[in-house]
Design a protein around this ligand. Structure first.
Ligand code: SF4
Length: 305
């Protein structure tokens, strides 16, 4: 007998929408980040590496070449999401944004455009441009909130406040652009109670999707310095599993779970060791949910914001 699903993952969403699996092509769009170049901050978020959270991307060649290279190594009849992943992919003049997004939509095999960015780089002009792509393909924007706690936001040097996130979300939703929110479990200074508060906050937002990242300490980051100085201790696997389970059980059952782990290149990972095995992490979350007899949205209440 088919088991009830524990959470609504991206593969299921794709199967419902397209009747098939979709591949993801992660693109380095050649952007920068205002939290690195001095516009709103320097040094970046404390966990962010030199590649702006895109360490695994092979950025050889232009955007079109990156996409074509991925398409050529996939199945000829495959269908894909073009995902502008690293740095801040709405941080450029509008004509440059259009040029770069257009370059990724090489042919009918690209059926969706996903754009990762910061809330302080969203305005009406950007929303209008992104909304225009809805005529050509599926579109969504990914915002790296990580935590709803403004004190933690300062510790991690995120460079914007929760109210900035709220304004960007409202604006994107006004243009009918689906939003995926990224959260991190295990940030410095945060306990399980902080994760719960962020989850309760998120559950009231009517978002399309969520990415839950387990924090990792990556080489050559400010977080690595803190770890080495004994100022930061990453969560245990059990602590991460508790946080992820709380989030899953409190968000809407209709929110698509895009990710449940953080992905650090193995040769750059300092800690925690368990982060190197994402299958094990997902298995532990599943095990925990089965043991507790819970599933996504079982404690969801839209009023708990
Ligand atoms: S906003 Fe993204 S790219 Fe910019 S510093 Fe933070 S994690 Fe890195």
């Amino acid at each position: 007998m088919k088991k009830d699903r524990l959470y609504y993952n991206l593969s299921e969403y794709f199967r419902q929408k397209y009747g098939r699996r979709l591949g993801k092509i992660c693109i380095d769009g050649g952007f920068s980040c205002p939290n690195r170049d001095g516009k709103c901050g320097v040094g970046g978020c404390i966990y962010c590496g030199e590649r702006g959270a895109g360490e695994h991307i092979d950025a050889t060649g232009s955007i079109k070449e990156q996409v074509l290279s991925a398409l050529n190594s996939g199945k000829p009849d495959g269908r894909y999401v073009a995902y502008f992943q690293n740095f801040t992919n709405t941080y450029a003049p509008i004509n440059v944004l259009k040029e770069r997004y257009d370059a990724a939509l090489v042919d009918e095999r690209i059926v969706a455009l996903a754009i990762g960015t910061r809330p302080d780089c969203i305005d009406d002009e950007v929303c209008r441009l992104i909304a225009d792509y809805k005529e050509r393909c599926d579109v969504w924007v990914e915002l790296g909130l990580q935590t709803a706690n403004d004190k933690t936001a300062k510790i991690i040097n995120r460079g914007y406040t929760l109210s900035c996130f709220e304004n960007a979300l409202k604006m994107l939703q006004k243009y009918g652009i689906p939003v995926v929110v990224h959260l991190i479990v295990g940030l410095p200074g945060e306990s399980l109670d902080d994760v719960k508060q962020t989850a309760d906050y998120i559950s009231g937002l009517n978002i399309f999707g969520i990415k839950i990242h387990s924090i990792y300490v990556m080489r050559d980051t400010r977080l690595a310095e803190m770890y080495e100085a004994g100022e930061y201790e990453p969560p245990t696997l059990e602590e991460f599993v508790s946080g992820a389970t709380y989030i899953l059980t409190h968000i809407s059952p209709g929110t698509v779970v895009h990710r449940l782990t953080g992905d650090c290149p193995k040769d750059a990972l300092i800690a925690p060791e368990w982060n190197s095995d994402k299958h094990k992490v997902i298995a532990k979350i599943t095990e925990n949910m089965e043991r507790e007899g819970v599933k996504q949205g079982c404690f969801f209440s839209p009023k708990c914001k």
